[in-house]
Ligand binder design. Structure first.
Ligand SMILES: *Cc1c(COP(=O)(O)O)cnc(C)c1O
Length: 461
């Protein structure tokens, strides 16, 4: 097989799609720290967490011992609508760059939501349905997560209530209408439907909203309605677990052609796609079987891994969720308004944070104009218009390929292409008009965020 010609796209058969998710925590010597109850500072128990999340998802959240968790048939059936996703050999990009490197990308944009988020949305909707719930609530900024969740809920006939940051609701009508097409109730936040929304509207009339406020509204809506739970699209270990379908398929496709990657690259917002992509490979490293270089790419404007602190912090601006030990910029950190490319989350998955702290992962931060240059270069040769988030990974993949050109190394580079950018054309427009700037927060800006991190014995910065 070693000399077998590698096709432009490696497709797996449906029967080769993973039957189990891989839980990398089982192979970690240093487990991620447990979620803490912000009131008692004790680890969150199953009983406490089940008021917020579905029972089965709480079990997955707390499970750091089982390496494999079965993917229920109903979820696999849904996955088959858009999976297995292709692993693409970027022959055209390699040629354009004149690099000896071999570049592959795993493309997750082949579904209407346009990103990998559907992999977890369908799992979370399934477990909510299994538990006999009526519906779920969530928040969305630009709308990728809300779109994925609305698709998943419509499949299982669950009510889906999305609190969408008001400014996005008004300025980005397209994803909003996709959500409504799938039957979701989309409410601009802050709204009159929740106490927290009313309070914010009283105190700040005319506010255009924020993600933190939308989270607080979604959580209140879930706890105030019988038969509802709140769901999250990233950061949590359960979400990362569902996203391992990406890495397992990638590994199966590479194994088919005896391809061994040297470098694996992904963009990191809350860490779910990167964690999902690298998990099976990381497992081999943790078990001492193989060695790979892993690179997490984040925006220079929201540098949680490269400049954040590894401490317990709130997962949300509203300070209603449990405390998680992670690399964080502080839950009050607000990335610059001119930052267009997503990945604005202040914290990072606790699994990835621990692996990064233990030296298994590298992190790089990149500036947004350089990200859009890479996006455009990629679109022109590979034919896919990438999401700005995904383009962070493209940037570093191109940088690594150009290093190979200098050294003559024939490295195999794999990166995650998480989604398409059709709904991000305003950002592309800014880039084309030369109106996009690079903003890097000063140490003083970051300090303001760090000041908001909760202080208790053992949680010193
Ligand atoms: C949400 C999103 C991301 C970032 O989220 P992670 O949890 O870090 O994976 C990346 N790419 C796209 C296209 C997204 O929609």
């Amino acid at each position: 097989m070693a000399n077998k010609e590698i096709p432009y796209k490696i497709y797996l058969e449906e029967s080769e799609m993973p039957k189990q998710w891989y839980n990398v925590r089982a192979d970690m010597k240093n487990k991620p720290a447990p979620l803490l109850n912000p009131g008692t500072l004790q680890p969150m128990t199953f009983e406490e967490l089940r008021h917020v999340f579905c029972d089965e998802l709480v079990k997955q959240e707390l499970n750091d011992t089982d390496a494999y968790i079965d993917i229920p048939d109903e979820i696999r059936k849904f996955y088959k609508m858009y999976r297995p996703s292709p692993l693409v050999r970027a022959y055209c990009l390699e040629e354009k760059l004149q690099t000896p490197a071999k570049i592959y990308y795993k493309f997750e944009g082949n579904n209407t939501s346009g990103s990998h988020k559907l992999n977890s949305a369908i799992a979370q909707a399934y477990y909510a349905k299994q538990q006999g719930l009526k519906g779920v609530t969530t928040e969305t900024g630009a709308g990728q997560w809300g779109t994925a969740l609305s698709m998943a809920c419509s499949y299982f006939d669950l009510d889906c209530q999305v609190y969408m940051v008001k400014v996005s609701y008004e300025q980005k009508p397209f994803r909003r209408e996709v959500m409504r097409t799938y039957g979701a109730k989309v409410t601009p936040s802050p709204s009159e439907f929740t106490e927290v929304g009313k309070k914010i509207l009283r105190e700040h009339p005319g506010t255009t909203g924020s993600l933190g406020c939308a989270i607080s509204e979604a959580v209140e809506a879930a706890t105030n309605q019988e038969g509802y739970r709140y769901v999250l699209g990233s950061v949590l270990s359960q979400v990362l677990l569902h996203q391992t379908v990406i890495g397992l398929e990638t590994k199966a496709a590479l194994d088919k052609y005896d391809i061994v990657p040297d470098v694996i690259i992904g963009c990191a917002g809350g860490g779910s796609n990167l964690g999902g992509l690298i998990s099976p490979f990381m497992g081999e490293v943790l078990r001492g079987e193989k060695n790979y270089q892993f690179i997490a790419v984040e925006p220079a404007s929201c540098p949680s891994l490269t400049r954040g602190k590894f401490v317990y912090d709130f997962c949300d601006t509203g300070k209603v969720c449990p405390l998680s030990k992670m690399y964080t910029l502080g839950s009050g950190f607000i990335p610059s308004a001119n930052h267009a490319g997503g990945l604005r989350y202040h914290g990072m998955s606790s699994i990835l944070s621990q692996l990064y702290d233990d030296g298994f992962i590298e992190a790089r931060s990149v500036e947004q104009t350089a990200v859009f240059q890479a996006a455009e270069q990629f679109a022109r040769v590979e034919g896919i218009l990438p999401a700005p988030e995904s383009s962070h990974a493209i940037r570093v993949a191109i940088d690594e390929a150009m290093k190979c050109k200098e050294t003559g190394e024939e490295k195999t580079i794999v990166f995650g292409l998480t989604g398409t950018g059709y709904f991000d054309m305003v950002a592309y427009e800014k880039f084309h008009n030369g109106e996009m700037s690079d903003y890097i927060p000063s140490d003083a800006d970051l300090q303001a965020g760090f000041d908001g991190i909760p202080k208790f014995p053992g949680n010193e910065i």
